[in-house]
Design a protein around this ligand. Sequence first.
Ligand code: ACO
Length: 431
Amino acid sequence: MSKTAQLKLDDKDYVLPVIVGTEGEKAIDTRTLRATSGYIAYDQGYGNTGSCESSITYLDGENGVLRHRGYPIEQLAMHSNFVETAYLVIYGELPTVAQRRAFSDRLRQNAAIEPQMQAIFQGYPKDAPPMAMLSSMVASLAAHYPQLATNDFEKDLQNFDLAAGMAISKIRTIGAMIYRYQRGLAYIPPKDIPFCDNLLHMMFSELYQDYVAVPEVARALNTLLLLHADHEQNCSTSTVRMVGSSAANLFTSLSAGICALSGPLHGGANTAVMHMLQSIHDEHDDGTRFIAAAKSGTKSNRLMGFGHPVYRNFDPRAKIIGKACDEVLQKLGINDPLLEIAKNLEQAALKDDYFISRKLYPNVDFYSGIIMRALGVPVNMFTVIFAIGRSPGWIANWREVAANPKGRIYRPRQVYSGPVKRDYVPLAQRG
Ligand code: ACO
């Protein structure tokens, strides 16, 4: 017999079904609670609310586990690459040779940005925030390809393969264009080369000299994007699902996800880490003073890149990226003083009772900024790179929403805390 939960309210007993996920995660199904009892479940910020069932990513924060479609992130980082992992995240299985080729072909064939869309850039100031440009350019895809963005789930799902390939590939190209536009540099069209090499080419090539990435650099970028491919119901992914649940098309939903990612509490942590490391460097501190200040408990002094809302043991992505960071810096012969500071901070914090007792460990953002800096990516582009990496997860989640025959529009409730009913007072009587 399946398990249930009993709830006693106003002397009445309610029996609520229990849902158990494939990895044993348990949830009390409160969907009928309001209709049967008049109560809603209150959970500000949804920290304890399962908003959906999803078969894409499994995350166990207590034990530092992250798996996409069952495959551990460590194995994917070791053996796969971003494009293959994107396919896995979106379609649920590792691709066969033919599927892999067809997917790559779709990415390559849809990489370029048409002149009409290139012209949109001219309307932005040169110093426009990169994420603002990215979200509006991605929203514009719905205007440029209306046949792929009908706001009708059935039709949009029929064109899903093309729309998904186009989205991943073009978000990457738009990202490179933003970098160039801010520097007054002309658009460099994509070439017929692998995904990450192409991103580096479109960012860094010069008029008569193509940038050719050394394999270690392309590999580091691959690892970075792969590690960001999906991360369960985070703020931007939930936003994509919420917008998609209204039957909004893929491009529009992705644009909303990019807006959510632009906030400093979500996509901006790696930037904050770099600012922190730079200020420690500028103040000629080795990190000791900063650690002491971080222990004061004030939010403004927090050790950026440490702690995570979900991981309470370690962030498995941080281990992988820390190693990738070492490798690429060594290969490029870069002696980055900020890396030294980061390592000192990490070692000191991991030995310190304040951080140990609060289960504060480095998160993925602690080292990702240093890798990007080594690759030549400026700090204001960090979140754009994060968005390129996260695009498969957003797409997979949009698809789950669109393809769910029992799906309904996301519409949370609230507990109203404003004034109770009162009568309108004419302006003349208000003083
Ligand atoms: N440095 C110093 N102290 C910290 C830090 C930190 N980075 N993070 C948490 N603490 C302390 C808090 O002051 C609190 O101490 P107290 O128990 O004495 O009051 C305790 O640890 C628990 O902190 P919470 O705020 O409850 O932790 P929460 O899980 O809510 O916050 C968060 C997690 C926001 C990530 C936090 O650790 C933080 O601000 N980290 C730095 C910013 C960062 O790296 N963010 C990126 C996270 S990845 C992502 O979300 C995309």
